[in-house]
Design a protein around this ligand. Structure first.
Ligand SMILES: *[C@@H]1O[C@H](CO)[C@@H](O)[C@H](O)[C@H]1NC(C)=O
Ligand SMILES: *[C@@H]1O[C@H](CO)[C@@H](O)[C@H](O)[C@H]1NC(C)=O
Ligand SMILES: *[C@@H]1O[C@H](CO)[C@@H](O)[C@H](O)[C@H]1NC(C)=O
Ligand SMILES: *[C@@H]1O[C@H](CO)[C@@H](O)[C@H](O)[C@H]1NC(C)=O
Ligand SMILES: *[C@@H]1O[C@H](CO)[C@@H](O)[C@H](O)[C@H]1NC(C)=O
Length: 592
């Protein structure tokens, strides 16, 4: 740790003796109750009877049921209404313009049972000025309905200002997921929230604590950050200002630049969690940040990992969980580190290979009889940061439902590199192309019409009828990247320094997930079984995706051609054409 950072953190921690925040919940997080002790345990996150309709998965289990085929068809629909609007919040005490779902940061929880249908009516109420949006349901497979994926320029046109789109999709996998805007880097301004899909679990626990959202945080508006990167001579290295747990952290306002008169309050208030002494709790960790890799821990407690992304895994114990952007980890924590009056720090550290001004997030964990106005005094785990921004060793993560990786029908190698184009603009390339989507002409629509010729800048790869495709990613940049593929839970075959040596970690049952880190100068080998559709494959660092770090996979186009895209989705393009006829879209970035 640098001495400057050390001094800053020392300042923050030594100031925290009382945990009575100086700002009200409405000022820091709007209508969100996450991170407060006001959060209702019932009916949310109730383990014994998660939702009306009980356990509709019957005899299906997490170890013996193939979730890609045999999910329950419950016939139950959960409906949500999301209005996206502008607002001003001070999550860490520094007030800034934000974009919010239903006035809340983090956004409202979507909760369903495995096999339910989820309907979300998304209303674009972003005005003053108007701005388009679009919502992605991260981790959902969207089998047979790729148009529900929410990627503008790929599966739909953006939702125009003052227009709405009804998304309708199936919770065919279960566990912890999230939603976020997929228009430019908009989600980093607050358009994001958690999703819980209840399903079978072999590892029993007593209480579901619900989502614990970890996110780096920026004081500058997202479009100003993008402009700073993508103007000629721009600086691609962006420093986050803070690190939040469930949208909260304190900030040292004395570090605000001279001349910046933005309202700033010290000691805004931290997130608080309550554990029942002796009981086993499920915590659902989500890295919803724009850039940083998180290392999460709770003083005095080891955690038992039971799921990574939407894959239940053989339980394993660890004091620290590492999450790249977009990744989720479900852990069990037993409150047995002291008596009922005990209190502990929860910590999430942005790793040393992340650009962060204040990398250390804190929250308070109280056993049932602890004084919740006092700050914990516990000592941190000291598990050295390996400094490579890699995920934990693949050999440790073993899916509960085993699947051997098939022989690939095709192998594609893709190089990641960074360059400056002839206009001196800093861009990323994936497979030799820096991508830019056409917001007015989604590639899914073209494929559906049988048109498979795309301009090079859309970076489309057509995998035809290949049943299983292996992707070898060679990272020629010194930076680590969280690689995300839409519409699939891919096999992670290998990851490490330098080039791939051809070996596979546990071919009889490799890890499966929807985001995996590739380290700087390293390689990542994944494989996916075809799910017909048109799917983005990209770095989940918001600033990198904006800088062209994206490609679009066309999977089984013959089947896509047989699909019928609903009129509601097609309407987004008619609305878009009307809106862009009188508004200029400042698409300085890749668009997705
Ligand atoms: C729409 O946005 C405006 C301005 O930001 C806000 O005042 C209004 O409450 C929003 N409407 C809804 C339904 O959220
Ligand atoms: C997180 O950062 C704090 C503050 O520097 C440090 O004391 C702690 O050891 C770190 N946690 C881990 C797991 O490394
Ligand atoms: C460089 O990239 C930017 C952003 O994609 C683009 O607008 C510009 O035209 C490019 N310059 C050249 C010379 O290709
Ligand atoms: C096929 O799609 C591309 C990309 O949208 C478009 O540029 C081209 O005009 C289309 N071709 C035909 C024949 O429609
Ligand atoms: C598999 O994908 C490759 C790469 O796009 C393509 O050239 C090939 O024709 C595909 N094979 C089949 C059977 O579609």
């Amino acid at each position: 740790m640098g001495s400057l950072l050390g001094a800053l953190l020392g300042g923050i921690v030594s100031e925290v003796t009382s945990l009575i925040g100086s700002l009200g919940q409405q000022q820091t997080n709007g209508l969100s109750l996450l991170g407060t002790l006001l959060l209702p345990i019932i009916p949310f996150f109730l383990t014994n009877n998660p939702l009306p309709n009980g356990f509709p998965w019957g005899l299906l289990t997490d170890s013996a049921t193939n979730p890609y085929v045999d999910y329950p068809r419950t016939g139950v629909t959960r409906t949500f209404d999301f209005t996206i609007s502008r607002g001003f919040l001070a999550p860490d005490g520094y007030q800034r313009p934000v974009l919010l779902v239903n006035g809340a940061f983090p956004g409202p929880l979507i909760e369903a049972n495995w096999g339910d249908k989820i309907i979300v009516n998304v209303h674009n109420n972003i005005t003053g000025p108007e701005e388009p949006t679009s919502m992605h349901w991260h981790g959902f497979l969207q089998q047979g309905m790729p148009w529900e994926d929410g990627a503008p320029g790929v599966t739909q046109c953006p939702i125009s200002p003052r227009k709405s789109l009804k998304y309708e999709f199936v919770a065919s996998l279960y566990g912890t997921a999230w939603y976020h805007a997929h228009y430019s880097a908009q989600y980093s301004a607050g358009v994001q929230g958690p999703i819980i899909v209840h399903g079978p679990t072999k590892s029993k626990y007593d209480i579901d604590i619900g989502p614990i959202i970890l996110s780096d945080w920026y004081h500058l508006a997202y479009f100003d950050i993008i402009k700073g990167i993508l103007l000629p001579g721009g600086n691609p290295r962006v420093f986050s200002d803070n690190n939040l747990i469930n949208g909260k952290m304190n900030f040292d306002c004395s570090t605000v630049a001279a001349g910046d008169n933005t309202p700033c309050t010290n000691n805004a208030g931290l997130s608080k969690f309550k554990l029942q002494t002796g009981k086993k709790h499920r915590l659902r960790l989500i890295n919803s940040g724009a850039d940083g890799v998180q290392r999460f821990s709770i003083d005095g407690h080891t955690m038992t990992v039971i799921a990574e992304d939407l894959t239940p895994v053989e339980p394993y114990n660890t004091p620290v969980v590492t999450l790249g952007v977009g990744q989720r980890t479900d852990v069990l924590v037993t409150a047995n580190a002291g008596g009922p009056k005990s209190a502990f720090w929860m910590r999430s550290n942005l790793t040393s290979c992340t650009s962060a001004r204040q990398p250390y997030a804190l929250a308070a964990v109280y056993y049932d009889q602890a004084d919740t106005s006092k700050a914990p005094t516990s000592n941190a785990w000291n598990v050295p940061d390996p400094g490579n921004c890699a995920n934990s060793d693949l050999s440790i993560s073993k899916p509960l439902y085993p699947m051997a990786v098939p022989d690939p029908a095709f192998t594609q190698t893709m190089v990641i590199d960074f360059f400056r184009n002839a206009s001196n603009i800093a861009l990323w390339r994936l497979g030799g192309v820096s991508a830019r989507v056409d917001l007015s002409s989604p590639s899914l629509f073209d494929v559906n019409q049988g048109n498979l010729s795309f301009p090079i800048e859309q970076n489309v790869l057509n995998f035809g009828s290949n049943s299983s495709v292996r992707i070898v990613v060679n990272n020629k940049s010194p930076t680590a990247h969280p690689m995300h593929l839409h519409g699939h839970n891919f096999y992670v075959l290998h990851e490490g320094d330098g080039d791939w040596d051809g070996s596979i970690v546990r071919p009889s049952n490799p890890m499966r997930r929807d985001v995996q880190q590739v380290r700087g100068g390293g390689h990542l080998v994944i494989q996916f079984d075809a799910n017909p559709g048109v799917w983005p494959f990209h770095c989940h660092i918001a600033w990198h995706a904006a800088g062209g770090f994206l490609s679009v996979f066309v999977v089984e186009p013959d089947k896509v051609q047989q699909m019928h895209i609903p009129d509601t989705i097609q309407q987004t393009c008619r609305d878009w054409s009307a809106w862009t006829a009188v508004n200029v879209v400042d698409q300085i970035d890749s668009g997705a």
